[in-house]
Design a protein around this ligand. Structure first.
Ligand SMILES: C[S@@+](CC[C@H](N)C(=O)[O-])C[C@H]1O[C@@H](n2cnc3c(N)ncnc32)[C@H](O)[C@@H]1O
Ligand code: SF4
Ligand code: SF4
Length: 300
C-alpha cells in the first residue's frame, strides 16, 4: 500500500473513532446479478440477470467516491460476465483507479481467465477441497485451479464462505493458499443464513471449532487475511451491526453495509468477517487496530 493511502486511511479512522462519524470508506458496486453458477449457499444470483451499462456503473462509482468511499469492490453475480460493447471488467477497474479510489478489488467465482493485474486484490471464491467445493459450486474446481495457475498476476486472495458442507475443509484451503504462487492469502466468512439457506448455518460450537482451526493455521504460517481478535465476537455474533462505514450500490440503490440489510433478522446472524472487523475497529478496539495494521500492510 502507498504511504499516502495509508495516511489517508489512518486519518479517516481517527476521525471516525474520535467523532463517532458514520461516513463510509468501503463501497461495493454490483455490476450485475447475472451468474453462470447457482451455488448451494447463494441467494443473490440471477434475480434480474441484468448487466448494468458502463455509464451507469461509472455514475455509481462517482456517487460512492463523493460519499467518501476510497476502497472499492466490484461484486455480482459474476463480475467477469460484465461487459458493455468492447468494455470488460478490466476497464471498470482502470476507470475506478483513474477516479482516485485507493484500493480496487474484484470478487469472482474464478471460472473465467484471470487477467486483471490492475486490481489490488482478486477475491476468488474457493469453498473447500475438490469434493466439498464442487458440492457447493458445481463441477468448477479444476477449471478454477487451472485459471489460477495461468493468472497474469499474483493478486489473488481466496474467499471461503464456511458452512455445514465445507467446515472441515478450512485446513485444505489454507494449505492451498500457502502452496500456490499466485495466491496471496485466504479470507473467511461464515455462512449468513438467508431464509432459503438456513440449513447451512453453523452452530456456535461449530463456529468456535472453525475459528480454532483458522487460528491454528495462522500459527503454522498460513496466509490468513482476517483478524484473530475478532473471532470471539464472530463466534457469539456479538459484534455491532450494520457497518456504517460500508455501502453497497446496485442499480442506483444505495444500502448501508449490504444488500442483505433488508432481510429481517439477518444482521443478528451475520457471518461476514469484514463487518465484525470494521465495526470493532471503528469503535476503537485497540487489539483490532493493531492486528489490522499488521495484516493489511502484509497483504495489500
Ligand atoms: C455473491 S458472490 C459474488 C461474486 C462471485 N460470483 C463469487 O462467487 O465470488 C460473493 C461472495 O459471497 C459469498 N456468499 C454468497 N452467499 C453467502 C452467504 N449466504 N453467506 C456468506 N457468504 C456468501 C460467496 O461465496 C462469494 O464468496
Ligand atoms: S458464483 Fe457467486 S453469485 Fe454466482 S451463485 Fe455462486 S456465490 Fe452466487
Ligand atoms: S450486518 Fe446485516 S447488512 Fe451487514 S453484511 Fe451482515 S447481514 Fe448484511
Amino acid at each position: 500500500m502507498k504511504v499516502s493511502s495509508f495516511l489517508y486511511f489512518a486519518g479517516f479512522g481517527m476521525e471516525t473513532i474520535l467523532f463517532r462519524r458514520k461516513k463510509p470508506i468501503l463501497g461495493t458496486v454490483i455490476v450485475t446479478d447475472k451468474c453462470n453458477l447457482q451455488c448451494r449457499h447463494c441467494s443473490v444470483n440471477n434475480i434480474t440477470a441484468v448487466v448494468h451499462p458502463f455509464h451507469q456503473i461509472q455514475e455509481e462509482m462517482r456517487q460512492l467516491y463523493d460519499m467518501g468511499v476510497r476502497i472499492l469492490f466490484f461484486c455480482g453475480g459474476e463480475t467477469f460476465l460484465w461487459k458493455d460493447g468492447d468494455r470488460g471488467l478490466r476497464d471498470l477497474v482502470i476507470e475506478a483507479k483513474r477516479m482516485g479510489f485507493l484500493i480496487v478489488n474484484v470478487v469472482t467465482n474464478g471460472t473465467f481467465p484471470l487477467d486483471l493485474p490492475e486490481a489490488d486484490l482478486i477475491l476468488l471464491s474457493l469453498d473447500g477441497d475438490r469434493e466439498r467445493h464442487n458440492a457447493i459450486r458445481g463441477d468448477t474446481y479444476d477449471t478454477i485451479m487451472d485459471n489460477i495457475e495461468k493468472a497474469t498476476a499474483d493478486n489473488i486472495c481466496f474467499y471461503m464462505a464456511v458452512n455445514r458442507i465445507n467446515q472441515d475443509a478450512i485446513r485444505h484451503v489454507c494449505l492451498t493458499a500457502k502452496r500456490m504462487s499466485n495466491v496471496r492469502a485466504v479470507s473467511f466468512n461464515f455462512h449468513t443464513p438467508y431464509p432459503d439457506t438456513r440449513d447451512l448455518a453453523l452452530s456456535r460450537e461449530e463456529k468456535a471449532a472453525c475459528c480454532e482451526t483458522i487460528a491454528q493455521m495462522m500459527g503454522e504460517g498460513a496466509p490468513v487475511f482476517n483478524l484473530k481478535s475478532a473471532f470471539p465476537y464472530l463466534i457469539d455474533n456479538s459484534f455491532p451491526t450494520p457497518c456504517h462505514q460500508c455501502v453497497v450500490i446496485e442499480n442506483g440503490k444505495v444500502s448501508i453495509c449490504g444488500r442483505c440489510i433488508e432481510v429481517p433478522g439477518l444482521c443478528e446472524q451475520c457471518g461476514y468477517f469484514f463487518v465484525a472487523e470494521y465495526t470493532l475497529l471503528f469503535r476503537g478496539n485497540i487489539k483490532i487496530m493493531l492486528e489490522m495494521l499488521k495484516t493489511y500492510l502484509k497483504y495489500i
